[in-house]
Every structure is written in structure tokens, then in C-alpha cells.
Design a binder for this molecule. Sequence first.
Ligand code: G1P
Length: 280
Amino acid sequence: MSVLDTVVFPVAGRGTRLLPLTKSVPKELLPVYDKPVLQFAVEEALAAGAKRLVFVTHASKPAIGDYLRPDDSLTETLRSDGKARLAEALDAITLGRDVEVIFTEQDEPLGLGHAVLMAADHVRGDAFGVILPDDVILGEPCLPEMAAAYDSGHMIAAMDVAAQDVKKYGIFRPLTDTSLGRVVRASALVEKPSPEDAPSRLAAVGRYILDTRIFDALRQLSPGAGGEYQLTDAIAADATSMNLTGYRFSGERHDCGSHAGLLGAANARAAEVTQAVAAE
Ligand code: G1P
């Protein structure tokens, strides 16, 4: 079994920051040039070897399931209409028969920690992945490189942010010199600290490899920052008994939960596609 047999995708959020774009289209299905936000996350999980994809969703977002389910009649119609290239484009996003897709619901917006806990019954193995699809990472796929570097405990993608931005992220308290190597050992993670209280400027990004013992910590959580059950707080509680590491990933992260991030991702993706076509 691959270390990342299971990857969890918390996709229950209403995407209020992006209204009216998200009034009837889930933010995970907004376009990044040629593909929806969610497609990048799914491809990254598959590249990391995942065989079970767990989507923690909400009843108001049936389009997520519609997107993930294969549509054989559409593919057949495209083929019989002589549109083989479009049919191929759909085939390319169809999940293989060896990949299991599970949906579970988070009825109330109680936080990321609560969302991940909703997936507990569906996780196999000693460790599993979590991808926050809003964080689109282009270039080198992030979760596979983390899986290759993962040893034990909790590992989270990490990047430096400006001092004024620490309040938007989980922030590491590093144990080692953060300027050396990709793997940074840390003693704690603090959710959305003020710049004065931040233990560093090394921020958590939406890719996690978690020891399944995280579920015990999640069950014992009290509400944290913003009154929500924070995944960061469960990770911090475990940091006293298991390894906590940040992984400085190679790709380029775009915050697709914001308008500017969506635009930046679309431009970067357009450049990627143009380059790939030129190289054909
Ligand atoms: C979540 C996490 C935070 C992390 C961020 C990365 O916050 O709680 O620790 O740094 O994702 O995108 P959110 O952006 O959902 O508020």
C-alpha cells in the first residue's frame, strides 16, 4: 500500500469570498484557464499514488459529484459527432477503475479540523493526504514530492510569507535553520497569529500528510481561531508526541480562494499550456 493510499479533499465551504461567482458554481469548479480548480488537486493526488479519494462536501454542491462522475453518453456523442479530441479531453479526466471515490458530508461549517474528522471512517493506512483544492500548485506536483520525503508524523507544505500575511496562515515554530534543505523540523504550528506573536514567517500551505492518530486529537479539539475546529490545533497537540515537519515545495502556489489568485493561476497555467504545445 502506498503511503498515500487515501487523500481527503475538504470541499464543503460556501466560497463566500468569491460571491457572486460562487452563487451557483462551487469555487472548486471555477476555471484555471483550461481546467477547473478541483482537477489540479485530483491529478496531484493520483500522481502521489492515491487509490481512494474522499470528498468532504455539502448538500448544496451537487455539481462536485457531477463533475467527478464519468459521463459515457457525452463521450459517445462527441465521438459519433466526429469530435474525438474533445472526447479524449474527457477521457483524460476520467478516474480509473482502480480509484475509489467516496463522498461524505459536512453539514455545518465548523472548520477544517471538523471537515477532516468527517473523513475518519474512510481513511486506510497509517498516514493519509489532505489537499485543500483552493491552493492550486503549478509546476512540480507538491504531494508526490512530499510523499517521497515523508518519514513519520505530520508533514505540511510550507512557504515563506510576508510579515503582514502571517495572520492568514498556520505558522510553523521551526526547530532547525529554515534556510537549509526542503524538510524543516518544527515544534509547533500556530493558526493565524498576529505579526507580533508569529513564531516565524514559514506558513502552512494546503497539502498535508497526516499520521492517522490525528483523528484522536481531532476528537478532543475545542474551537480555536475564528471559533472553528482547527486542523492546525490538532497538529500542534500531536507535535509533543510525533514528528512535525514543513516541506518547502518546488512548485508555485496560487490562492484560488481569491480573485487575484484565480487570475494569477490562469495566467501561469496558460503559459504552461503554450509551452507544452510549442514542445509537441
Ligand atoms: C487553512 C489552514 C491554514 C493554512 C491555509 C493554507 O486556512 O487553516 O493553517 O495556512 O489553509 O491555505 P484557510 O485558508 O482555510 O483559512
